[in-house]
Write a protein that binds this ligand. Structure first.
Ligand SMILES: [Zn+2]
Length: 263
């Protein structure tokens, strides 16, 4: 009765509203209480309509509103938490969708329901898009950027923003290449984020310059794609990277100081 593969209904529109999710808690019920009640209601309704055991889970997904999978005879249905408010008409449409019966009416109903509840869809976490602060205790990154840009890029890096990143971005992760760990360049917002560990008098100017130089190369050089792989550090990149006058010194300094930098 059910197609074997996981099916899902995805929403692929950009959500640009502010996330004003009012607490659904009513009558002193917590969000979890409400969810438990709705989970029971929806599970029993769908089990009845589909004549099959259905287990409902609520998600806070951003794009996949509905997905399901049959596992050990149980239909595991993952629904965006907005479905806690779904009435029987919507649940009926949902059952049609799950059965895999093509129905414009049913999918139209689901679409409409999702659209009218889209304020409940979590807005993309803008972690990478937080405005960055260039002033540190020791370095002002805007000065560093200006210096490096003028010296090596003819000052043609106007679009680039720079600031101190967050420490936790690196913590607990596998060490990536040194420079990636010490700074990142984000293509989406053309922003260089430098690890705050470098905001220290222990870091020589030529090193902070070198880190920014590396990230600026990412800004000016295109990414090479081969199949699914994206190459950031292309041959050309590596060649230009070595054009930094104190390249060897900077790398040596980095090697010597990695321990406290990446601790
Ligand atoms: Zn890099």
């Amino acid at each position: 009765m059910f197609p074997n593969a996981t099916r899902q209904l995805a929403l692929n529109f950009d959500i640009s509203h502010t996330n004003d999710t009012a607490s659904p808690a009513r009558h002193g019920l917590t969000e979890a209480d409400v969810a438990a009640v709705q989970q029971k209601r929806i599970s029993s309704y769908l089990s009845m309509v589909l004549q099959d055991e259905v287990e409902v889970f609520f998600t806070d997904n951003r794009t996949t509103m509905i997905s399901y999978k049959k596992k050990s005879g149980v239909l595991k249905l993952r629904l965006h938490k907005m479905f806690q408010q779904a009435d029987d008409t919507i649940l009926k449409a949902l059952s049609v969708f799950i059965r895999g019966i093509p129905s414009i009416r049913a999918s139209g109903k689901l679409d409409e329901f999702i659209k009218s509840n889209q304020s409940q869809i979590r807005v993309r976490t803008e972690r990478r898009r937080n405005p960055v602060v260039p002033e540190g205790d020791h370095f002002n990154l805007e000065n560093v950027l200006a210096r490096v840009s003028t010296a090596y890029f003819g000052g043609a890096t106007d679009a680039v923003k720079i600031g101190w990143g967050r420490l936790r971005e690196r913590r607990g992760r596998r060490r990536r290449t040194r420079s990636r760990a010490l700074a990142t360049y984000c293509f989406e917002d053309t922003t260089i984020r430098v690890s705050p560990v470098l905001d220290s008098p222990r870091v020589p100017d030529f090193v902070i310059d070198w880190v920014v130089y590396h990230e600026l190369l990412h800004h000016i050089l295109p990414i090479e794609k081969s199949g699914n792989r994206k190459r950031y550090h292309t041959t050309k990149f590596r060649t230009l990277e070595k054009g930094y006058p104190l390249y060897e010194e900077a790398r040596r300094w980095e090697q010597k100081n990695l321990d406290w930098l990446l601790k």
